[in-house]
Design a binder for this molecule. Structure first.
Ligand code: SF4
Length: 433
């Protein structure tokens, strides 16, 4: 584990982080109080990384951002970003994830979830560069789906996703071998036409994991289509290995009627994932031991408090939240579901939302006819998405103006080809009539 960064608050750190850190105990992680450049110098940081990662020696690192970007104030950076964008014109498209900070999102051509943004990039085949203001796996997905001559750029290479990093390709390969020891050859089709296990990965995973899934007859899912994808998988397999997010897997399978006792957990640090052979043989869904540290913070007590303080409140949470929270909420759905639910409410309504704070704040500003607040009183942004500070955006855009292409994310073809197969299976999967 990297050591904890020094807690110096940079003058250009955004207002949300300032408001979090100004109240002594009200912060989800002290790391958020550090300036974003602190992470550039930490050992162990690199592409796809998050707080707990150990990065292979020799992997490219972010490196220190030039001082002119680190010391510029928000107004200067805003001006520089706008000027670079004017110079670059249609040669560049900027994508901003729903969870991205406001000072960055205001410069985006498209705002959406990771898959919507990869799709948006397809609408701009003329753009030479796609600047993806999200996290590493999202940039990889955009590279998988964009034209070979388009450069996908992640402004800060240290913007990983802690959930995606919880399913490491070596651990997944090892899991697959152990499952073969218990279940027999995994490519043998039984009399019902199904193999022993189909691997399903959430979009929030590395390209290496998507490639693994593609090579083994599996499929990718999003939080919007997880049920359709599980139906697809159950038609082809006796059981599913679902990674990296245990909560999305459990919540989706439970809603489809799979009993909890047939959903053993796979902890990659323990033999047989910490389950027994019988658990695995009797399973319908094997859940990888991964989670999102943002969505794991939501609790049933927060929902109870929201209901007590706001009678009639409509509680909507993301399916990456723990099962008890999803069960206690009125509704659960993807970021796009949450946005559409609010947009379609015809009467002024109070909404308590269980998802990332930047999205909740943007929704509150966009729909002032409703009262919209985050379930978690200790507002907690995605700490790795937060590393895309406007200083990095200004830097990559000015590098492009100068004819250089920094921080390009490329997925090698040995991984990209099967990963695209897994994504194409997802796009072709249709809900049961
Ligand atoms: S919110 Fe969670 S799943 Fe999404 S990028 Fe951040 S850590 Fe990853």
């Amino acid at each position: 584990m990297p050591t904890s960064p020094v807690r110096t608050i940079d003058p250009s750190v955004d207002h949300l982080i300032r408001s979090i850190t100004s109240t002594a105990d009200a912060t989800c992680t002290t790391d958020l109080a550090a300036s974003p450049w602190t992470f550039d110098a930490l050992p162990g940081y690199g592409p796809g990384s998050s707080m707990g990662d150990v990065i292979p020696t020799g992997a490219p690192r972010q490196g220190e951002l030039p001082a002119e970007y680190r010391t510029a104030d928000e107004h200067d950076l805003d001006e520089r970003i706008r000027a670079a964008r004017r110079t670059l014109g249609d040669r560049v498209v900027v994508l901003g994830h729903f969870y991205q900070r406001e000072e960055v999102v205001r410069h985006a051509d498209y705002v959406g979830d990771s898959f919507q943004l990869a799709g948006a990039a397809l609408e701009r085949p003329d753009a030479e560069a796609i600047v993806f203001c999200g996290v590493h796996f999202m940039a990889e997905t955009a590279d998988l789906l964009s034209a070979p001559d388009q450069a996908v750029i992640l402004p800060n290479l240290a913007a990983g996703c802690s959930m995606a990093d919880m399913a490491d390709i070596d651990q997944v390969e090892d899991c697959w071998d152990q499952l073969a020891d218990v279940l027999g050859p995994l490519d043998v089709i039984d009399e019902s036409g199904r193999v022993p296990v189909i691997p399903v990965t959430y979009m929030n995973s590395s390209a290496a994991i998507k490639g693994f899934v593609g090579r083994h007859g599996g499929i990718v899912c999003t939080s919007s289509n997880a049920q359709t994808v599980l139906e697809w998988a159950f038609e082809r397999g006796q059981r599913v290995l679902f990674f990296p997010d245990q909560h999305l897997g459990r919540n989706t399978a439970k809603a489809m009627g799979v009993p909890l006792e047939r959903m053993p957990m796979w902890n990659p640090r323990r033999p047989l994932g910490g389950s027994t052979e019988t658990d695995l043989i009797d399973s319908r869904v094997i859940l990888w031991h991964g989670f999102c540290s943002v969505h794991r913070r939501f609790t049933v007590a927060q929902i109870d408090q929201a209901r007590a303080e706001h009678p009639g409140v409509r509680v909507i949470v993301h399916p990456e939240c723990p099962m008890e929270v999803v069960d206690a909420a009125d509704e659960a759905g993807s970021t796009d579901y949450i946005r559409r639910a609010i947009a379609s409410a015809t009467r002024p309504t109070t909404f308590a939302i269980g998802t990332e704070i930047n999205l909740v704040r943007r929704l509150a500003a966009q729909f002032p006819q409703h009262e919209i607040f985050c379930l978690d009183p200790v507002v907690c942004p995605c700490s790795t998405m937060y590393r895309i500070h406007p200083g990095y955006l200004a830097w990559v855009l000015e590098e492009l103006v100068a004819g250089r292409t920094p921080n390009r994310i490329r997925v090698e073809s040995a991984v990209a080809d099967p990963a695209r197969v897994a994504l194409e299976r997802m796009l072709a999967a249709k809900p049961r009539a």
